[in-house]
Design a protein around this ligand. Structure first.
Ligand SMILES: NC(=O)c1ccc[n+]([C@@H]2O[C@H](COP(=O)([O-])OP(=O)(O)OC[C@H]3O[C@@H](n4cnc5c(N)ncnc54)[C@H](OP(=O)(O)O)[C@@H]3O)[C@@H](O)[C@H]2O)c1
Length: 255
């Protein structure tokens, strides 16, 4: 079972993705995720694992179009004259013809408008299918959307402890999808952990599954990361868990 959300034009993104930051064996864990059913991989130049992620895609035997691949530009590679050559390097490292979603990883002095314009050139050339950003605040999003370019995703930290409602609401209200990163790493304060433990018992699931199901019920894309095959599998099964409206609201209200 896999759920997708509309991203931009006729492109859809799987709501459950696999995070690949700092994995012990990125090829093995990513391959296990693909074998489990994940069809969305989240990597970044900063993670230094493009080659292993590309190898896992090849080893999976899946067709390229069955996988939704996200990667990110950071630092000096966001300079307008660098973006094109860097995208070509990404394609080689990832052993693919295109990236599904290319993000600005975080702002670092180069105006987002300039980087996005260069990223749009890669999109027009068919090397990238969709453009997005990460760690953008409301005013950064306003500037990005003012370019008129099809910015369709903001990847932000959102979990039981960190929940920036202003950015999330702004994005969703403006047709920008939100990817919640570090979705399970932070499990909230004592009261929240008690609430989640109770819900895990009620739904015969794990705390992580409850957390992921809560984020997906709110319309977010989630990208949990794990080295552990059992965790990779159980996180994926959160797609089967539907929390009641009351339980979603209780988690929303928890501190
Ligand atoms: N855009 C950005 O700036 C940004 C920043 C941070 C992260 N990200 C992306 O978001 C992804 C996820 O974020 P994250 O890696 O920070 O945190 P996360 O996925 O929320 O949490 C990962 C940690 O939780 C543990 N874990 C995962 N599933 C579990 C389960 N079912 N039971 C118990 N423990 C579990 C993992 O340990 P085990 O390995 O032992 O399972 C690992 O220590 C990253 O990999 C990356 O792709 C993006």
């Amino acid at each position: 079972m896999n759920k997708t959300l509309p991203l931009v034009d006729d492109i859809r993104i799987p709501q459950m993705g696999f995070g690949t930051y700092a994995l012990k064996d990125a090829k093995q864990a990513t391959l296990h995720a693909l074998q489990t059913g994940y069809r969305h991989l989240d990597t970044a130049d900063y993670y230094r694992n493009h080659v292993e992620v590309g190898q896992a895609m090849q080893a999976s035997g899946l067709r390229r179009e069955e996988i939704f691949l996200v990667t990110k530009l950071y630092g000096n590679t966001l300079a307008p004259d660098k973006v094109g050559p860097v995208v070509d390097r990404f394609l080689k490292e990832l052993d693919t013809d295109y990236i599904d979603l290319l993000l600005i990883h975080w702002l670092s002095g180069i105006p987002a408008e300039d980087s996005l314009a260069a990223m749009e050139t890669s999109r027009a050339a068919g090397k990238v299918r969709a453009l997005g950003v990460s760690n953008f605040e409301v005013e950064d999003m306003q500037a990005a959307l003012a370019t008129g370019l099809p910015v369709c995703n903001n990847q932000i930290e959102y979990n039981l402890e960190e929940h920036p409602e202003d950015v999330a609401e702004f994005c969703l209200a403006n047709g920008v999808t939100v990817t919640a990163y570090s979705p399970v790493k932070v499990s909230g304060g004592a009261q929240t952990r008690k609430l989640v433990a109770g819900l895990a018992e009620k739904y015969e699931s794990t705390a992580e599954q409850v957390t992921l199901a809560w984020l997906m019920a709110k319309g977010f894309i989630v990208i949990p990361r794990s080295n552990n095959p059992k965790h990779i599998e159980s996180n994926f099964r959160s797609l089967e868990l539907t929390l009641s409206k009351e339980d979603v609201a209780a988690l929303d209200a928890s501190e």
